[in-house]
Design a protein around this ligand. Structure first.
Ligand SMILES: Nc1ncnc2c1ncn2[C@@H]1O[C@H](COP(=O)(O)OP(=O)(O)OP(=O)(O)O)[C@@H](O)[C@H]1O
Length: 419
């Protein structure tokens, strides 16, 4: 089991991880999710003893990584698939790692077969595609047949078949009773791979719960309603009627309406009474991806200037910024101010200082409560101006014995391959 307690990492003025506490249990795949720059890699590096926490601690099986006897036999990790000596063949790269840890050469051929690189084992890794590099990194992680495995974005660069393979491999490793911790920024992928999810944003814990509970807690149901496109006044009339009846109405990009707070038969009856024709009335479930986007919205550091979600924050009862919650508009209860808004309906994101309802109760409490003025995120309420982009991260650390060398000829065999 991996256990982090009050884990904090600062790089100068930059706080990459703040007061993070969680457990990763054996026998299941635990997904580690967060937007770009949220602190996933930093957390993994601290777990692996490659970065020293500024505060708090993290252990594997009760010991800090650096105190584990013969750590490569107990813990395997894929952090940066590019951290490979490019002049070496795939087989020789793995052989050198195996020799450092007293692992027999026969195991090298075994893992090459597991990851499907047996036919290119003698080719220089500098000629490998991104996906082949990922497979080589996974092979290195599996080398010591460890009980604990950490994978940082393992599906990066893989084709659909490769993604499916990684998904099945993770599940198989967990079914063997191993602890499998996989980072990703793709909720859709994690929903298919992981049983448990730890979600962070700006280095802080947003959610720690099973995928099943995450779906139950975050997937809001809604009705999709469409009126004839040729008669926009019908759409406006229906919006008013549904809102007055207590529903919440938002616009879908294709012009349909997304309605929550009213049952389908009610919507049908109200439309009938208002003499509005419906071309569509269907129940829908908000996708997990939407719920995740909503949850992490306040914690996104890097955003396109074209992003429709920029500045999107859900206030009380799902209101958008500048939009009063339906039913609270002064003078005209239930009537929305202005046209229906574009957006999603999902539970509001956690507020700084308040644990998200999804945070598992069994997670150990951080060592000591931190006064708000020491919390680097305490000032970053949803309404606050976006944070300045953080300093660019340095190149990822190379694993033990791994160096980068680009002076080789791609794809060619090496003299070492004669071994
Ligand atoms: N060595 C470092 N020095 C300074 N800042 C750093 C360092 N390492 C990471 N950071 C910063 O810490 C924050 C967290 O980075 P980290 O790489 O852990 O995020 P991440 O969630 O893994 O992101 P991604 O999904 O893009 O890989 C970022 O703002 C990053 O710029």
């Amino acid at each position: 089991m991996i256990e982090a307690v009050g884990l904090t990492k600062r790089y100068g003025a930059k706080t990459a991880v703040y007061n993070l506490s969680f457990q990763v249990r054996p026998g299941t795949v635990t997904g580690f999710l967060g937007p770009n720059g949220s602190g996933k890699s930093t957390t993994m590096r601290m777990i692996l003893g490659l970065d020293r926490p500024t505060a708090g601690h993290v252990t594997i099986g009760g010991h800090p990584f650096r105190e584990l006897p013969n750590a490569p036999r107990q813990v395997g990790a894929l952090l940066d698939a590019k951290a490979v000596h490019g002049g070496r063949s795939a087989r020789n790269h793995l052989l050198s790692l195996a020799q450092l840890s007293g692992i027999p050469a026969s195991r090298v051929d075994e893992v090459l077969g597991v990851v499907g690189l047996q036919d290119v084992a003698k080719r220089r890794s500098s000629g490998f595609s991104l996906g082949m590099g990922q497979r080589l990194g996974i092979a290195a992680a599996l080398l010591g047949d460890p009980q604990v495995l950490l994978f940082d974005e393992p599906v990066n660069g893989l084709d659909p078949e490769g993604i499916l393979w990684v998904r099945n491999l993770m599940k198989m490793l967990a079914s063997e009773g191993r602890t499998v911790f996989v980072s990703s920024h793709l909720m859709s992928e994690m929903a298919l791979t992981a049983e448990h999810l730890i979600v962070i944003g700006r280095g802080q814990l947003l959610s720690d719960m099973s995928v099943r509970d995450f779906i139950a807690a975050n997937s809001a149901g809604f009705a999709r309603v469409r009126t004839p496109q040729t008669e926009p006044q019908q759409r406006e009339k229906l919006t008013t009627v549904l809102t007055e009846a207590g529903g919440r109405v938002m616009s879908e990009p294709d012009g349909a309406l997304r309605v929550t707070g009213l049952a389908l038969p009610q919507i049908s009856d109200l439309a009938h009474e208002a003499d509005v024709r419906l071309w569509e009335l269907a129940p829908h479930q908000a996708s997990l991806e939407e719920a995740y986007m909503q949850m992490t919205q306040a914690a996104v550091d890097y955003r396109s200037t074209d992003d429709q979600l920029a500045g999107f924050q859900q206030g009380p009862q799902g209101a958008l910024p500048g939009q009063l919650p339906p039913g609270s508009a002064p003078g005209a209860p239930g009537v929305p101010q202005g046209p229906p808004q574009l957006g999603w309906y999902a539970p509001p994101p956690p507020q700084p200082g308040q644990p998200h309802p999804g945070v598992r109760g069994s997670v150990p409490a951080p060592p000591a409560p931190v006064p708000a003025d020491q919390n680097p995120y305490a000032q970053q309420a949803p309404e606050a101006a976006p944070a300045a982009p953080p300093a660019p991260a340095p190149a990822g650390p190379a694993g033990p014995g791994l160096t980068k060398n680009d002076d080789s000829t791609p794809g060619s065999d090496t003299p070492e391959d004669a071994r």
